[in-house]
Design a protein around this ligand. Structure first.
Ligand SMILES: [Zn+2]
Length: 410
């Protein structure tokens, strides 16, 4: 099956709509402009013949493709997100195709000095001969996650046109604000009505993800004691200096900049302080829950030592849960990954199972009762000007979706 022309047409159309989300916003969705694409997607779903198309007040777009077979088949959902990362501009995106890439430099923009090649992106090496899409040098592309939307829309159109393909009822969901960690906050899992779902929000071809970080955030507040520095001996507790000592006490080999794959870390994201008061905020990340708790105890020991050393200061430490590793839920439903692995192989792709070093909307959905692993879309270098996606990879991702629909009806 060759969907490349429609996949590109859609990706281009969606990429041109600026849908950047905003982590500082108090509204939901965080930016109004995401609704522009949401409206366009709802209209397009209607136009391709999807049923029950809805755009609600939160910006969630949902629709259904009715079953083509009788019997009690599980309802399967397919999800992608509308917004793009606040990390790079998504305004005035001009996608371009580098057809049949031969392996040399991909000049994204001569003027901006943005050139993509296997030196600055070794991951590209496996995709010679493919059609590579990039932006034009001054913005991100937004393949994260508009490639996913294009894949779902194109596969949906194919399934609607070809009712001879056997499948149960399928649900489609496009959600705002994934990039600011709020994507499914108001998502009505019950109303969506799927038993299992897949987010098409992964990266390079072949990658499938059923595991993400366990995530807590940490706050340490130090209350010091201010005394005139001239007479401070044995009387002052300098909160700012104590805070600095705690941060410096954390092992250097357990930081984001020194860890990879399955290694966890604590990152101190914000430190502010003066003599009377200092505050440290940070994030704790680890795939293994026991190791997450062990890291927190290790930080607790550093804080306890500081309390002993500085009895004049008051030091408080607290952790708050942010999200959990979806693996815990997904392993209880082995079919979800079993069918996905088979669907990927059937598309001629070798699946590569890897843990996400972050969270996904699927993780939150899994804990809301909808087990939702993540599937590749064929892109890479997300959230920046070097972002790229292979149209061939997108094509195979669309095949995976169609295979999945069939397999769940077997
Ligand atoms: Zn994404």
């Amino acid at each position: 099956m060759d969907f490349k022309a429609s996949l590109y047409k859609r990706l281009e159309k969606y990429a041109r709509v600026d849908t950047q989300s905003d982590e500082k916003s108090q509204t939901f969705p965080s930016t109004k402009k995401q609704l522009v694409l949401a409206k366009l997607l709802a209209a397009e779903l209607k136009a391709i013949g999807a049923k029950g198309v809805k755009l609600d007040k939160y910006g969630y777009v949902t629709a259904e493709i009715p079953a083509t077979v009788k019997g009690n088949k599980p309802v399967i959902g397919f999800l992608a997100h509308i917004d793009t990362s606040p990390a790079a501009s998504g305004k005035g995106v001009k996608p371009q195709v580098h057809k049949g890439w031969k392996g040399g430099d991909i000049v994204i923009s001569r003027r901006h000095g943005v050139v993509l090649n296997t030196k600055n992106c070794p991951e590209l090496a496996g995709f010679k001969g493919e059609d590579i899409v990039t932006a034009s040098g001054d913005t991100l592309l937004g393949a994260d996650n508009k490639a996913g939307i294009a894949i779902i829309m194109t596969a949906a159109e194919h399934l609607i046109r070809h009712r001879e393909i056997p499948h149960g009822a399928l649900k489609i969901g496009f959600t705002p604000d994934e990039e600011v960690g709020q994507g499914v906050k108001y998502f009505d899992v019950k109303a969506f009505g799927a038993k299992y779902a897949y987010t098409f929000d992964g990266d390079m071809e072949g990658s499938v993800e059923d595991e993400n970080f366990n995530a807590d955030c940490v706050k340490i507040s130090v209350t010091g004691k201010s005394v005139h520095p001239g007479s401070a001996k044995n009387a002052m507790a300098n909160a700012a200096r104590i805070a600095a000592e705690i941060v410096a006490g954390w092992p250097e080999n357990m930081l984001p900049e020194t860890t990879e794959n399955r290694e966890g870390f604590i990152m101190f994201t914000d430190i502010s302080g003066e003599t009377e008061k200092a505050e440290i905020s940070g994030i704790v990340r680890e795939h293994d829950m026991k190791k997450l708790k062990a890291m927190e105890r290790q930080l607790g020991a550093i804080v306890a030592a500081a309390r002993l050393k500085y009895p004049l200061a008051k030091i408080e430490l607290s952790f708050r849960e942010q999200y959990r590793n979806m693996k815990e839920i997904i392993v209880k439903h082995p079919e979800v990954m079993g069918k996905l692995m088979a669907a990927v192989k059937q598309a001629g792709v070798t699946p590569r199972l890897k843990p996400v070093r972050g969270g996904t909307d699927g993780a939150r959905l899994s804990f809301m009762g909808l087990p939702t692993p993540n599937v590749f879309t064929g892109g890479y270098n997300y959230h920046g000007r070097y972002e790229w996606v292979s149209l061939d990879g997108m094509n195979r991702s669309a095949e995976v979706l169609i295979n999945l629909a069939r397999k769940w009806a077997e």
